[in-house]
Write a protein that binds this ligand. Sequence first.
Ligand code: AMP
Length: 405
Amino acid sequence: MPFKALNLNPRLVQSTREIGYTEPTPIQAQAIPLILAGRDIIATAQTGTGKTAAFLLPILHHLMQKPPNATHALVITPTRELARQIEAVCRDLARHTKLRVALLVGGVSMMPQERAVRAGVELLVATPGRLLDHMQFQGQRFNGLSIVVLDEADMMLDMGFLPDLKRILAKLPGRKQTLMFSATMPPVIGRLATEILKKPETIEIGKRSAPAVGITQAAFPVPEHLKTPLLRHLLRYTPMPSVLVFTRTKQTAKRLAKSIESDGFAVTELHSNLSQGQRTRAMDGFRRGDFQIMVATNIASRGLDVSHITHVISHDVPHVPEDYVHRIGRTGRAQAEGDAFVLVSPAEEKSLSQIERHIGERLPRVTLPDFDYRVPSGTKMEARQGSPGKAGKAGKPKRQRGQNR
Ligand code: AMP
């Protein structure tokens, strides 16, 4: 079925064509007609399924019929990076319209955002905390909203945003269309949905716990103290054009980024200890391909869409199986293929078994033949198998993308 068959404004159809969307993805084919018909929806879709355009296209269509210079639509999403990503997709899809979009996110000055709200920018994309700040000062500006999207609802919950969300929803006008998207559907989200949605249509794309097709997974058993050397070994001897490495803590992310960089790779890091400027530079640089590797905490595990990621490596096993599915969903985007590796210490085998039960498959265990697994803990072994000897200086990466062999 072509986009034309969905009765969207021809200018939007033209944008989809130019962007290279040949036909609607399943979530788009199901959600767009329902949203155009004014229904509330609750959608569960695996990441990478095209859900951003699934809600943006009908919203833009709707906005084109509304008087300009008034805010009619609001998208609430948990992280600044996701907000920026949605804004970028929106600008792309709205390229043949006069519609405007603005971001209301933390970490940057409120003044330009206030001006945008005052000017009645037609669509706002916001994170919960900053949105509440704006609502406090300019509450009446949100009275004209007719569509609200709660994106990554389960992640907002994980990040402790439920009280903020409830306060936001209480301040919004009662008569509006609400669209709720969530990669997973824990019971508390189901309850929130029944509280705020009116006779919602439910859309479920794919098996909830399943990783996207096209992702090859493997587990690398390794003693805890050898994880970083094994990771560096893997990076050095396996062609990996674009890699996202996940760590549990910010401290590990920082330390790991430093040691990978000392091997001469172009590396950046993303975690909540960075300023907003640093986070934006990291994300933009990784997206552009300036950095071959990004080391991140779970802040990057959901929804981020960087199409060129070929490898996702978990430096630790996530405690929550769904976090694993989110992490590996950063590769294999939109039908592409990708590899997802997880480093597993003996103490983490139990968490890995839980993940395997959750996804319904056992991951193959991989042992590297040329890596010395017997080095005892405490040995100064980074120089032996964790570092190439003639490493480039930190901060001056010598190898560029795809040249790490
Ligand atoms: P999302 O799930 O919204 O993060 O989208 C995942 C990826 O799918 C993005 O790179 C989109 O550009 C891409 N995408 C969205 N809709 C389509 C479509 N109809 N055809 C091809 N790619 C799409």
